[in-house]
Design a binder for this molecule. Structure first.
Ligand SMILES: NC(=O)c1ccc[n+]([C@@H]2O[C@H](COP(=O)([O-])OP(=O)(O)OC[C@H]3O[C@@H](n4cnc5c(N)ncnc54)[C@H](O)[C@@H]3O)[C@@H](O)[C@H]2O)c1
Length: 346
């Protein structure tokens, strides 16, 4: 049985483009989700990752209360291409064929410039004019602070150790923010130079990427690749909280239970990392910066509420957040049916 509403495979010999677009659910609006460019072991793994990421976007946009559905795309990185702009423009023509059901944005491996090139194919995009990463980082920081405060019954995170895996757009801004709040930072990145530069900027230390998951810390903040928390890695984790920006942090849903059994609190990725989509919505809606900031910082209150409810109910925060998203989607479908619309984005 298909789970995604629509799955598009794109190929263009001239530009070397091979890409996947997964539109997971447009109940709440057009599917908003980034374009990831990465190396994949197989076509099947690219398709699988794209669909999982798209499903995460449905949850993210629903829980954040935004009028968007969930979608995502991946461009398969098969080495240097002769003309990156041409490849992105060609990708834009495939996005155009979705008729507005998919609105692309930046993700790992793509830039605001790439989104500008995609837009030149005549499609609506997000992120072409502003990188949302600083807002994503602000929301993740709010999530981390809320989790530490809630679990330790304290104010702030002064002296807590946070290990940031991935010193990219989000990880960099996150580490700087948390350092300014008095946290001790440890930075890991496959690009050791990048990790060192950030660690020295925030007065923190570096950790070899191979030891990122097993180094003792209060908070592990995955800000790079997907599925770092799995049955294989959970026993080795040496943190008390997992809360970061990386989409699709858990290999399977059961990993949330496994973390709970180890006494490790997990903040669902799609709750913590919604700052970027909140910024995109604010920019579309003309909200001023004060309102945007308040909406992003609301992620902290959301995380606090989730962890409190999880402790009360003896459930994981993931189960509670997913149930919340499902309720929102069910209500929107019921409303639409009552209006006689019957269709999501056409
Ligand atoms: N940018 C946003 O606004 C945003 C929003 C929501 C979620 N996210 C998610 O956050 C994560 C980071 O996004 P970004 O925009 O900062 O990406 P980025 O490409 O700017 O940075 C990623 C960093 O991770 C490093 N990295 C790659 N593989 C790694 C590995 N195996 N171990 C350690 N480091 C590794 C890279 O060298 C790079 O420094 C992604 O999973 C993305 O989907 C980003």
């Amino acid at each position: 049985m298909w789970a995604s509403e629509q799955l598009v495979l794109c190929a263009d010999e001239q530009t070397g483009l091979r890409a996947v677009i997964a539109i997971d659910d447009t109940t709440l609006g057009p599917g908003l989700g980034g374009v990831r460019r990465a190396v994949y072991a197989s076509d099947a793994s690219a398709i699988s990752e794209c669909r999982r990421l798209a499903a995460g976007m449905t949850l993210k946009n629903a829980v954040a209360g935004l009028p968007y559905g969930g979608a995502k795309s991946v461009i398969l990185d098969a080495g240097p291409v002769p003309d990156r702009d041409a490849l992105m423009r060609r990708f834009g023509t495939f996005v155009a064929r979705t008729g507005g059901a998919y609105v692309p944005g930046v993700d790992m491996g793509t830039t605001t410039g790439d989104l500008g090139a995609i837009r030149s194919a005549g499609v609506a995009v997000s992120c072409a004019d502003e990188d949302p990463s600083p807002w994503t980082a602000l929301g993740v920081a709010a999530a981390i602070v809320a989790a530490v405060e809630q679990l330790d019954r304290r104010d702030g995170i002064d002296g807590a150790t946070v290990l940031v895996q991935g010193a990219g757009h989000v990880g960099d801004a996150l580490a700087r923010d948390l350092a300014a709040r008095g946290a001790r930072l440890l930075i890991a990145d496959v690009d050791a130079g990048r990790a060192e530069a950030l660690a020295s900027a925030v007065g923190g230390g570096t950790v070899a990427d191979s030891r990122a998951l097993t180094t003792p810390c209060d908070v592990l903040a995955p800000c790079a690749i997907a599925r770092v928390v799995s049955e294989r890695t959970i026993d080795g984790l040496a943190c008390r909280i997992v809360a970061g920006a990386a989409n699709d942090t858990l290999a399977t849903r059961a990993d949330a239970e496994r973390l709970a059994r180890r006494g490790i609190a997990y903040v669902p990725d799609f709750v913590a990392n919604a700052g970027g989509v909140v910024q995109i919505h604010a920019s579309e809606s003309g909200h001023d910066e004060a309102r945007l900031r308040a909406d992003v910082l609301a992620i902290g209150a959301r995380v606090r509420g989730l962890l409190e409810e999880a402790a009360r109910a003896g459930e994981t925060a993931l189960t509670i957040a997913e149930r919340h998203a499902a309720r929102i989607l069910r209500a929107a479908r019921a409303d639409r049916q009552a209006d006689g619309a019957g269709q999501a984005v056409a």
